[in-house]
Design a protein around this ligand. Sequence first.
Ligand code: NAG
Ligand code: NAG
Length: 539
Amino acid sequence: MIGLPRRFRVVVLGLVFCIGVTVTYLTHDDTAVPIAKFIPPSGIKLETQELKRRTDAIREAYRHSWTGYMKYAYPTDELLPISRQGGNSMSGWGASVMDGVGTAILMEMHDVVEQQLQFIAKVDFTRNEHQISLFETTIRYLGGMLSAYDLLTGPYATAFQAREGEKNHKLVKSLLAQSVSLADALKFSFNTTTGIPVPYFKLADKTVNSNDVNIIAGFGTLILEWMRLSDLTGDPQYGAMAQKAEDYLLVVENPGVGEPLPGMLGTHVRIQDGHFTDSYGGWGALGDSYYEYLIKMWVYDSSRFRKYKRRWIQAADSTMKHLATSPSSRPDLTFVAEYANSKSISFRGSHLACFIGGNYLLGGQVLKDMRYNLFGLRLVESCRTTYASTPSLIGPETFGWDENLVPHNQKEFFRKNGFFYGGEIDYRLRPEVIESYYYAYVVTRDNKYREWAWDAFLAINRTCRTDNGFTTITDVSRADGGRKDDKQESFWFAEVLKYLFLIFNEEGIQAKERISFVRGPNQKWVFNTEAHPMKVFRS
Ligand SMILES: *[C@@H]1O[C@H](CO)[C@@H](O)[C@H](O)[C@H]1NC(C)=O
Ligand SMILES: *[C@@H]1O[C@H](CO)[C@@H](O)[C@H](O)[C@H]1NC(C)=O
């Protein structure tokens, strides 16, 4: 941890601020914000034929992954493609099915969707032996089922139900019933002195320990799914529980510790009194999706969640002011630092935190504020550098850009690329960089971002593909990705393949219904943090 060298932030801030001031007259315009005025478009052209070839390749990757899962792992949580068996790292109710169904719907693979819905209808959510994470179960299972329900009662209703009529109609209805059953099984975890839920539990326990701590992403990333369930069923209890917990993050009980920068919080919160126990944090692991959901809740319902929007703006502005830094060797790049407290930040980044670019672009789009768009695009471009400059063409799990901490054997690499490999050099089939390309493409319509996404897919297809699916790899600093590890994460289906599909696809129901997820204040859908699209609330 070191103090913030001022010169880094002056460069970035100066640029963002100047642009921000000159474009305020555009921010209340109802038409799309013409980013092209500030960032010249690449002019890259992509023919329809080529786009079709790419969507077919992404569909093929899904089929390949699904076939391997069905052959060796169904109905466990995920395929271990090297050892050819299943793993249960996510509660054991079939996470890959829940995470996979939305993408299969968008790809219009109706045979796979039927298979998945038949399984989901039979899961018994009242029984479970595993340790359960409330956060993971919410974003993957509840998010996956509610999203499938929204899609199949909305734009995909006709096509899907036409296949088997009444039978498929029942399967769709059971998605909502199963969501209720799952939430009812999990809800005792909120029964603490403050209403802040416990992060982990076993279903058999039925009692909770208020002496625990939870993390801000752990209980600040429930509101979209639990509120959607309330809105769909008309039963307010689910949304109310998530909201009560989140109130401790919207107004911090002990801001001296818990809110080191305006809107930017510490990480751990004591369940018994809602007090923060530390001041460290940032947009990376443990905090990330709390910030992400603040703006998404406002997109979901701009009348009920105004407080959330204000909180996002506070965090976003603090980040641009205090945490945006440029590597000394590459002042053209911008990364977002982490902090230990209000006085000390550290220049550490992660693949996970590369979702920030996309989140700023969403914010810029819905708030019509060009400052956020331009900042978001800088972050997207910088995260792309972590991909484009490694021999595997995939970015590392963690990286740094503090010139005082560059390892001796990476001096030249840092000079050229503006970052150095952190402690973790593996790739876990994570989506965040591609997710941000998706937002960048939708906002700018510049094919450059599609090319970047395609580069990423080709690199992943080259290094992570096995005979039975895709897997994590150990070393992105080698052209071959090092050793193949042994896990096909369920979010590979939910996120990576979905964002890739959506960035290229221009056909079928998705294109016809203009189901795009980043359009502006009147958009109809919002992604949960696991890339499950939820229909926004219309009263
Ligand atoms: C909540 O916890 C209290 C005290 O531990 C217990 O008496 C009560 O039955 C619990 N309520 C629910 C709905 O689990
Ligand atoms: C992906 O990898 C497979 C197996 O090596 C190959 O057959 C396929 O052509 C690759 N896809 C693309 C788009 O390169």
